[in-house]
Structures are given as C-alpha cells and as structure tokens.
Design a protein around this ligand. Structure first.
Ligand code: SF4
Length: 329
C-alpha cells in the first residue's frame, strides 16, 4: 500500500522532511497549510485509519513542553513532558490515544530543535537540576524512530543538558541509536505487561523475549533503566504472570542500573473512556470499569495492585526508586 504523506508547505524543503520522505517508496504527497486541516477532524475513523495510517509532517509553534500532573514524578521536583509526535505505530487495546483523537494518522513535528531550545530555558532558569522531562505521552518515543531519527537529535542535545533528566519511554525494540556510550541524564524506560496479556492486547509490540534481548543490549552499554508497569493489568492468573515477569526483568537489569520502577492502574477521564468503549462494545477488558471520583474511570483495583507491587518490589529494590501512579479514590 502506498503511503500518503501530508506536508505543511512551509517545511516541504527542509532537510529533515526530505530525510523522512526518502524512507518511503513512491509515497502519495499532498501539500497542506496546517496539519489541523487533515488531522483529528470529527468524521474520521481511528480504527480504519490504523490499517495504513497517513503521515503528516508538521511544524510546532508553541507549547513545546507542558507540566505533568502534580503527583507524577520519578524522583525530581519539577516534571514536564513533550510529544514530538501524535499517535503510535503499535496498537494497544487500552491505549488512551484512541479515545483522545478521532484520527490515528501520525503527526510528526519535525522541528525537534525547538523542543530542545525550550528545554534549555529550564537550565537557564536554574531549575534544571531538579527536573525530569518525559518524552512519549502522545506517542511511543521510539516506535517510529527508524523513520523519524528523533533519538539521534536527543542524544546530541542532552549531552549538553547534563543536569536535566530525560525519560524516553517505549515498548520498541528499535534501540540501535543507544548502542553507544550512555548518558547519565537519560533514562530509557520500558513498559511491560505479562506476555500472555501483551500478545493479546498490545498488537505490533515484539515478544517478551525479543524485548528482553534488546533491553540486555542497552544495559550492557550502561544506560539508566526505568521499568514501567503502567498500566498494571488484572486478569485471570495475573499474579503468577507478574511474578514471572518481575523475575525476568530484575534478573536482566543490575540493581545499580535501575533508575526507577513505576506502576499504576488503567484509568481514563470520562470522555476518553466513553470514546474507547464505543469502539469495543464487547471487549472484556473494559467491562468492570466504573466511574470514580473526579470523573475518572477505572476498575477500582488500585489497592490490590499497590499491595502486590509493594510486597514484591520493596524486597528487590530500594524503596526510594519505586513510584506509584494509582489514581486516588
Ligand atoms: S505503545 Fe503506548 S502509545 Fe503506543 S499504542 Fe501502546 S499504549 Fe499507545
């Protein structure tokens, strides 16, 4: 299937646009004024577009970095996030993006340097030392990296931001750019669910074995590693599956290289939950979700998850490295 690529006219001749275009054989190119003309319009269909998502190359002009919710941290006081891309190559059944956008086409903001410039202002404001920047909120940071080459720019810039911490979160096994000397201020964070769940609900994500093999390689280069059980999922037999997963992961990453471990339940704001539910009316995964305080939908299983994780994780790693993201009732 030929790839449809929309390009904002103002960036059509930039080297990065040309670099990305070269990755596709004979694409259908459509010039546009702004990405919002074609992305996320009301009558679009997320599931249909997911079959062969179009690419939209765009430029971002403002709101490069945003503050995370107050309680969200992996240890630092100031926490911000950014997304150089909207949407994801993978197709996780629980992904909140499908409830947030009407469109699953990929928007790529190619002016990566403007994100980094904004981040450098934090350094000037002298709050860099106590700051984490999270990459990968509206996308998976590395899932499309072989096309976008985003990580190469990250590595170049963060070498000079040595007091600002960056978390790059991913489920991808494309980690080639990180097979090099590690940077102390970058945390490579990997989200895992047990394989039995992942095979069924995380379409396009590599097998646990392939992911652990890729993880081993970056561990060997000395990178700081984040392990993310967010979401932590409950289903028949989850305890045994999680114990097995914990054992595999904590025997793969040496304690001193574990930067942090986080866990949290699946949770959605009302509008996002309703949109997702409409897409999968009979999906068992969402049957037990109910509305809690603050219009958040979850399965009311926070305490169960919290107890299980604490029991296991606190015996394995320093408590100060464990962070809980469970929605408070
Ligand atoms: S990897 Fe993350 S962003 Fe991508 S589909 Fe899965 S949950 Fe969504």
């Amino acid at each position: 299937m030929r790839k449809v690529i929309y390009i904002e006219k103002d960036i059509k001749d930039l080297p990065r646009t040309k670099y990305i275009l070269k990755k596709f054989k004979n694409p259908i190119i459509i010039l546009i004024d702004r990405y919002s003309e074609v992305f996320n319009k009301k009558n679009q269909n997320f599931r249909l577009q997911k079959i062969n998502p179009a690419i939209i190359l765009a430029k971002k002009y403002k709101n490069f970095i945003l503050e995370t919710p107050k309680s969200y941290t992996i240890g630092k006081k100031n926490n911000y996030y950014f997304s150089y891309m909207y949407n994801c190559l993978f197709d996780c059944r629980y992904c909140f993006l499908q409830g947030m956008y009407n469109s699953s086409n990929f928007v790529i903001f190619i002016n990566y340097e403007d994100f980094f410039k904004e981040i450098s202002f934090l350094k000037k404001k002298n709050i860099g030392k106590n700051t984490t920047i999270f990459s990968g909120y509206d996308c998976d940071s590395l899932a499309y990296d072989n096309i976008t080459n985003f990580s190469n720019s990250v590595l170049k810039y963060f070498e000079n931001f040595n007091d600002i911490e960056l978390e790059i979160r991913t489920k991808s096994t494309y980690l080639k750019p990180f097979y090099r000397r590690s940077l102390k201020n970058i945390v490579l964070a990997f989200s895992f669910t047990p394989e039995r769940f992942s095979t069924k609900y995380e379409l396009g994500v590599a097998s646990l074995k392939k992911r652990v093999d890729a993880l081993k390689k970056v561990v060997n280069f000395g990178w700081n590693i984040g392990i993310r059980f967010d979401p932590f999922v409950i289903y028949e037999g989850w305890e045994v599956d999680y114990e097995r997963l914990f054992k595999i992961l904590f025997s793969t990453v040496p304690r001193e290289q574990i930067h942090s471990v986080t866990y949290g339940n699946i949770r959605y704001p009302k509008k996002i939950f309703n949109n997702i539910k409409k897409m999968y009316t009979n999906e068992k995964l969402f049957l037990k979700f109910e509305k809690n305080k603050k219009n958040i939908y979850d399965e009311n299983n926070g305490e169960l998850i919290d107890n299980f994780c604490k029991n296991y994780l606190f015996t394995q790693i320093d408590q100060s490295k464990v962070f809980c993201n469970i929605h408070e009732k």
